[in-house]
Design a binder for this molecule. Structure first.
Ligand code: ASP
Length: 328
């Protein structure tokens, strides 16, 4: 069996009752019944809503070094931001070895706690050669999801993680991974970076929005993601303010619906997707707003913006690559 390093970050899977105090990484592994030879990295002990970009930059560096040294990696954290960690690792840690992110929905002290089963499944995936070259994976409830698709879709269900529009890559059956689908290509052809000081705003629009929050997207931000209505629509009066921001920094147009892709030329009136793309916005395609923000952050960190402006074709290509239509 290849070695596996487990990084514990906190979250429900390591909660001690309802107490905010978190178990140590060793207590977590013991409580979950992890094999004694599992290598532990007690990385952070926080609810995942309190993880920072600096934490994730450090995590990515350690995971990269771990897999380069020949170990598989399992990241154990809270489910609230699990999809963001997984997608970011997917952009920063391209490796043929499985890197798996897992967590739990039910506290260890509650009946039917799912942590032990989720960790066991994650370890099985991390050590299985058939799970190589799949990118970073999310494993919960015996399902194996690609990080680029996985989303938390329910506040309490044990099967909260889903891959809208794609489905899981496989399942874990009788403790063994079964891979049914493989991604056509890696999520990114070049390793990206994460500069924790880069600021990317995410603004969700809603009916009657007058754009006050867009006015707050000032020089503190190097990019903006708009979680727009439907397939990429905004109230007509916001088209011009968005175009002004897009003249300065990259603005990515994502959908707040939860699944499906943004359109490009089905609707053409003011505030439609066609109007906004013509004004310089970049389509997120099937990436949900939180993942679009991660990808834009990583592209900016990797040099897609500079004093002379931003590299719109490069940013557009990185998003197009993930929509299934562009060259891989
Ligand atoms: N609040 C928890 C967290 O994300 C929820 C969980 O772990 O499921 O840390």
């Amino acid at each position: 069996m290849p070695p596996v390093t487990v990084f514990t970050l906190g979250g429900t899977i390591s909660a001690r009752g309802a107490d905010a105090a978190r178990m140590t990484g060793r207590e977590v592994l013991d409580a979950l019944g992890a094999p004694r030879d599992t290598v532990l990295r007690d990385f952070r002990r926080v609810p995942s809503s309190s993880l920072t970009h600096a934490d994730l930059a450090d995590l990515a560096a350690e995971v990269r070094a771990t897999v380069a040294a020949g170990s598989g990696a399992v990241v154990v954290q809270g489910t609230d931001t699990l999809e963001e960690t997984a997608f970011l690792l997917d952009l920063l840690c391209t490796t043929e070895r499985p890197v798996v992110v897992t967590g739990a929905m039910r506290r260890p002290d509650l009946p039917g706690a799912d942590g032990p089963a989720n960790l066991a499944a994650a370890l099985a995936v991390a050590t299985d050669p058939a799970c190589r070259n799949l990118g970073v994976l999310v494993v919960l409830a015996d399902e194996i999801h690609a990080a680029r698709h996985a989303r938390k879709t329910h506040t309490t269900s044990l099967t909260t993680f889903a891959s809208p529009g794609a489905g899981p890559l496989g399942t874990v059956v009788e403790g063994e991974p079964r891979i049914l689908l493989r991604p056509a290509a890696p999520t990114t052809p070049h390793l990206l970076a994460l500069d924790p000081d880069v600021r990317v705003a995410l603004v969700t629009l809603s009916l009657g929005d007058r754009g006050e929050l867009l006015e707050a997207v000032d020089h503190r931000f190097q990019g903006l993601v708009v979680a727009a209505l439907g397939a990429g629509h905004v109230p007509a009066p916001l088209a011009e303010p968005l175009a002004r921001i897009a003249a300065r920094v990259p603005v990515v147009l994502a959908s707040r619906t939860g699944s499906g892709t943004t359109l490009t030329h089905t609707y053409r009136g003011p505030g439609s997707e066609h109007d906004l793309l013509r004004r310089g916005l970049i389509p997120a395609g099937p990436l949900d707003p939180a993942k679009a923000r991660i990808l834009l952050h990583a592209l900016i960190s990797a040099g897609a913006t500079g004093p002379a402006g931003y590299d719109r074709p490069r940013i557009t290509a990185a998003f197009t690559r993930l929509n299934g239509s562009g060259p891989l």
